[in-house]
Design a protein around this ligand. Structure first.
Ligand code: TYM
Length: 333
């Protein structure tokens, strides 16, 4: 078998939103029958925000349920929980020795975190990209399905892998690249008119896969708009453009064209536009919502999936760590 290896993960910090789905998980599900795939729940990364043990455990379970509900097939792929594979933490330690303060401090995500959370600038946050590189390199992956916001982290993973190769004079780790089936890496906007959809971007910004139709209708109806276009074919302000981007993702081309035309003719009624957007979001998330509710109560199944995934992931990780130790010079007498 000469299939390329795929690795990707999602932090266990809350429910999955449609940004996670269209940015990453949808590609995962498409890749699982074509590649050798490892999908994991990043619970070590979640520790940077200091969750309580109950919250951590509950969130890991929720992400596992939602991965499965999105169609990730544990028979075709390896689904596992990051903390079940201690070899990742070991590789993280080795890679940290050649990751430099300056480059870590310059990472955009680190600078964002420092700005938004000045009271919790911990070392785990600084070395977050190193742990992410360990996640990927531990399986020697070359393809990483992620959204646009992870592009810089992938560049850092290549840097750390290449540096290791140079240091030990061995062409060991292949270069991993961000992957999507779309033309470009995806950035799904949020409903607040300001930027991307995210878990920590404030109440009402994200639509979750587990949201009920009533909640989705309410969130979309509250999305930021303006008083309408004042000239034909006018450029859309960011908040309106974002809603059109969301419609592009969940609605049919005919629907999108209809509202584009209305906007360009200055005849758009935002009430109707948002109602349609909400109904199409409900329709696209419906099958996943149903599955989430079915799977969540099946503890035996979840436990079986997690155990089987941990075994498969460790098998691959142990092979890499054994070789890495040998290259570094940890050898038996
Ligand atoms: P996380 O948990 O923030 O997000 C998980 C995945 O969802 C994508 N995503 C989005 N895509 C498009 N539009 C959005 N609004 C949007 N919001 C989130 C993210 O790009 C990501 O692909 N560091 C990672 C988790 C991780 C990882 C890894 C990923 C840890 N180790 C190794 C790949 C490989 C993170 O915090 O993603």
């Amino acid at each position: 078998m000469n299939k390329e290896t795929v690795v990707s993960g999602i932090r266990s910090t809350g429910n999955l939103h449609i940004g996670n789905y269209y940015g990453a998980v949808k590609s995962f599900t498409q890749m699982q029958h074509e590649y050798d795939c490892f999908f994991f729940i990043a619970d070590l990364h979640a520790l940077t925000t200091h969750p309580t043990p109950q919250d951590l455990h509950g969130n890991v379970k929720q992400v596992l349920v939602e991965y499965l509900a999105c169609g990730i097939d544990p028979e075709a792929t390896t689904i596992y929980i990051q903390s079940d594979v201690p070899e990742i933490a070991e590789l993280y330690l080795y890679l940290n020795m050649n990751a430099y303060m300056g480059e870590l401090e310059r990472s955009t995500s680190f600078k964002d975190k420092v700005r938004s959370n000045p009271d919790n600038v911990n070392a785990g946050l600084l070395t977050y990209p190193v742990l992410m590189a360990a996640d990927i390199l531990i399986h020697k992956a070359t393809k990483v399905p992620v959204g646009k916001d992870q592009e810089q982290h992938l560049e850092m993973a290549r840097t750390f892998g290449n540096r290791f190769n140079r240091m030990y004079n061995h062409d060991y780790f292949p270069e991993p690249y961000a992957f999507t089936y779309a033309k470009n890496l995806v950035k799904v906007p949020g409903l607040d008119g300001k930027g991307k959809m995210g878990k920590s971007e404030g109440e009402g910004n994200a639509v979750y896969l587990s949201d009920t139709p009533e909640i989705i209708r309410k969130k979309v109806s509250r999305a930021v708009t303006d008083s309408g276009p004042t000239s034909e074919f006018q450029e859309k302000p960011e908040a309106i453009q974002n809603l059109f981007e969301l419609m592009k993702i969940v609605s049919s081309e005919d629907t999108l064209n209809h509202f584009e035309e209305q906007y360009n003719k200055m005849a758009i009624r935002y009430g109707d536009f948002k109602k349609q957007l909400a109904e199409d979001m409900i329709l696209t998330t419906e099958p996943m919502r149903v599955r989430i509710n079915e799977i969540a109560s099946d503890t035996d199944y979840l436990s079986k999936v997690a155990k089987q995934g941990a075994l498969k992931a460790r098998d691959s990780a142990q092979k890499t760590i054994k070789e890495v130790r040998e290259l570094i010079g940890f050898r038996a007498f």
